[in-house]
Design a protein around this ligand. Structure first.
Ligand code: FAD
Ligand code: FES
Length: 357
């Protein structure tokens, strides 16, 4: 995701990864992790962050040895460590290996991961520091609403990738070769400073995807959505997808921003509210809006408003959150205190190099 580790380019004999209980054996490319190899082969290997931060990709190393790129000890239990569990996204085979993955059903396959090139077809300002980045791809890429792609840094910036969530529901895009993202300018951020510096339309980029397991789970429970900043992108995609599917669950969507100048996608949220088949409430919350301004909406942090807005039904909610890691950590604590089951809380933290350094 962040390209912190350079690949070992020394030529070596082909290595193989056997994935159990699927019984598939994959040829391993030098330097690739177990997870990348599996995703490229179209195997639905559980994963989310791909930087050693969530443990979704844990699997048991049954045979062989791996090089581990990061320390797994703070994510895995003592029992898992003793039983040879590893993180698929952080393990590079040193030779042939056999891994056992919980929850993999025989024949299970995901949308295959695609690596392709793209041209920036257009950019559009959404706020003073968020742009809509539109790409035209050389090859089609399918995805599930909520997932993300990895964009390689342009050659002039060096090696590495950055992750961006698909901002449109797959049903609403103009063909499988068009992608749209919302990219916030991060102060001193390598890629986003470059992207925001001038109109980059026509520039070439490479990307791969889809990645991640953030998506709408089936069920009838009411939905609580929480986003901050460009965290709007995956939630907009997920909710638009749900509307296209005719979902009839109640939704409260809290959107955290600093000031009125940071609000965006308001027309899209109005369209969702009108077109939703059950109750849909979009609630912007501003935490740095001038006290004397004309803002009549809610102020403070999104976490201050969850209880009041959702009330007695809080523990029933299925929660979907995207955006800055501190917002998600704070909201998760509030939700768990209120009795929301951890298995009903789903999120993508927009981690950047400052979090993973
Ligand atoms: C799953 C996922 C989905 C995401 N989706 C989106 C999205 O839809 N939209 C979006 O805008 N963002 C998204 N992000 C964040 C995105 O991937 C980038 O991290 C972000 O755009 C910053 O990239 P950058 O190259 O500009 O900044 P970086 O160059 O990565 O720098 C980020 C910050 O870290 C600081 N920094 C750099 N190196 C270090 C270091 N060694 N130590 C301490 N600080 C350091 C920089 O000064 C800067 O302030 C997502 C992230 C994830 C994980
Ligand atoms: S730790 Fe591997 S996907 Fe998150």
């Amino acid at each position: 995701m962040f390209g912190l580790f350079k690949k070992d380019k020394t030529p070596q004999a082909p290595r193989h990864i056997s994935i159990q209980p699927l019984g598939e054996t994959l040829e391993h490319k030098n330097g690739d992790t177990i997870l990348t190899t599996a995703l490229e082969a179209g195997i639905n290997f559980p994963h989310n962050c791909r930087v050693g931060g969530c443990a979704t990709c844990k699997c048991k190393l049954v045979e062989g040895e791996v090089q581990e790129l990061t320390d797994k000890s703070y994510l895995l239990s003592a029992e898992e460590m003793a039983n040879n569990y590893i993180l698929g996204c952080q393990s590079v085979p040193k030779g042939d290996v056999v891994v056992e993955v919980d929850g993999l059903e025989a024949g299970a396959s995901s949308i295959s991961m695609v690596k392709t090139s793209a041209t920036i077809s257009s950019v559009r300002n959404l706020t003073h520091d968020i742009i809509e980045l539109n790409l035209s791809l050389a090859d089609g890429m399918d995805y599930v609403a909520g997932q993300y792609a990895d964009i390689e840094l342009p050659a002039e910036l060096g090696e590495g990738t950055r992750s961006y969530s698909f901002a449109q529901s797959p049903q609403l895009r103009r063909g499988d070769k068009q992608l749209s993202f919302h990219v916030r300018k991060v102060p001193n951020g390598e890629f986003t400073e470059w992207l925001h510096a001038s109109d980059r339309s026509g520039a070439a980029l490479n990307l791969s995807g889809p990645y991640g397991d953030f998506h709408l789970r089936p069920g009838n429970a009411p939905i609580l959505a929480v986003a901050g900043g460009s965290g709007m992108a995956p939630l907009k995609a997920l909710l638009e997808h749900a509307r296209e599917e005719g979902v009839t669950r109640d939704v409260v969507y809290l959107f955290g921003a600093r000031t009125q100048a940071d609000l965006y996608c308001l027309e899209e949220m109005e369209a969702l509210t009108k077109g939703w088949l059950a109750h849909f409430q979009f609630v912007p919350v501003l935490n740095q809006e001038d006290e004397g301004s004309n803002w009549a909406g809610r102020r403070g942090l999104v976490t201050d408003h969850i209880q009041e807005l959702v009330g007695g039904r809080l523990s029933e909610q299925h929660v979907y959150m995207c955006g800055p890691p501190p917002m998600i950590d704070a909201a998760e604590a509030v939700l768990k205190d209120a009795g929301v089951d951890g298995s009903n809380i789903h999120y993508d933290k927009f981690l950047d190099s400052s979090h993973t350094a």
